[in-house]
Design a protein around this ligand. Structure first.
Ligand SMILES: [Zn+2]
Length: 348
């Protein structure tokens, strides 16, 4: 079969009958699953933004795969939204990192017992506690069951960020993107709004173009406080990370996005998805070739995972950072105040 340039259409697990499922050669299947939260993303993006971006990136990755892997069967599971560290606003759902590990571990073990050999976990939620939880589950299952279960997002972090923790410095060359707008564009900003405009334009509120640039640093300055972000090269130290997380948490109790959504466009979104999918396809091809082993698929923070996913460290960090129970604040964010009557009484 000539598979060059033909579109790869993954099979959706939940649509298969038992007869169709039994016809699959499971050892030749690549199972795809996205694990990303339901989370408030500004006043303008759908609550499933991260999951929709994770799925969109995975689908575009398939289209960029080299010829030698295009005859595999790609089998896609519904997305999993068990994820920690969501913006503490009503509409977000919050799970402990240990829940994410448990869900993916159970899933991976079940898949391995049915004869599946390759599992790719996608994501677009940048919290270290989240992607390290995915890595932890993938690592345990790959070792225990002898299959390849990999967090694609973490491979991307390792390859594209020079050891830092965000993907944005690789996107500065996209036409129409002002590099300044990428600074702290971490949540519901230029990058995510553009990607959603490219993937699901009907689910983006058209008023996105009127939203001003907002960042924790601008917010601190407005409140007369000094900046906390370390702009140096490499990973910040643990105390510096804690300071940054604490200031980010305070910011997201008051605001719902960080970045410049007003500068977004579907064209920029397609360019960004194209760059990320191209790089992701290179990594996935190496994984399927066996050149890149699961042990080599970790993010730059893997060596610090104890601090982020250990159950007691999570409790301690939440106490230290003052993470509210259930992780949802009780006051409306400033953006909500555009129309206070629209905020239901139980959300105030
Ligand atoms: Zn997001």
């Amino acid at each position: 079969m000539d598979t060059a340039n033909s579109e790869i259409k993954p099979l959706r697990w939940e649509t298969l009958t038992k007869r169709k499922f039994d016809e699959l050669d499971r050892s030749r299947c690549v199972v795809l699953v996205t694990c990303s939260p339901i989370e408030v993303h500004g006043p303008h993006l759908p609550l499933g933004a991260d999951a929709l971006e994770g799925e969109g990136l995975l689908e575009r990755t398939l289209q960029a795969l080299p010829e030698r892997h295009r005859d595999r069967t790609f089998l896609k599971l519904p997305f999993i939204y068990a994820a920690p560290d969501t913006v503490p606003q009503p509409g977000s759902l919050f799970f402990r990192p240990s829940t994410t590990v448990a869900v993916l571990e159970d899933l991976g073990r079940g898949l391995a017992s049915q004869g599946f050999r390759d599992v790719l976990v996608s994501n677009f939620h940048g919290s270290p506690r989240h992607f390290l939880a995915i890595e932890e589950a993938c690592d345990r299952i790959s070792r225990e069951c002898g299959i390849r279960m990999v967090c694609v997002f973490s491979v991307m972090l390792a390859r594209l960020t020079n050891g830092k923790n965000d993907l944005y410095h690789v996107l500065g060359s996209v036409p129409g993107v002002d590099r300044e707008n990428l600074i702290d564009d971490t949540h519901g900003g230029l990058v995510e709004t553009s990607q959603l405009l490219a993937l699901h334009p009907d689910w983006v509120d058209p008023n996105y173009s009127k939203l001003p640039r907002r960042t924790p640093e601008l917010w601190l300055a407005e409140n007369g406080e000094a900046p906390v972000k370390d702009r140096g090269a490499g990973l910040p130290g643990v105390f510096q990370m804690l300071k940054e997380i604490r200031s980010g948490l305070r910011f997201f109790c008051a605001e719902t996005y960080s970045g410049a959504p007003g500068a977004a466009s579907p064209e920029i979104g397609n360019q960004i998805l194209g760059i990320l999918a191209g790089r992701s396809a290179e990594a996935v091809a190496e994984i399927l070739d066996g050149k890149l082993t699961p042990e080599q698929c970790h993010s730059p923070l893997w060596n610090r995972r104890f601090l982020f996913v250990n159950r007691w460290m999570v409790k301690f960090a939440n106490w230290l950072l003052g993470v509210p129970a259930g992780a949802v604040r009780t006051q409306p964010a400033s953006q909500d105040r555009i129309s206070p009557s629209a905020v239901p009484p139980n959300a105030r």
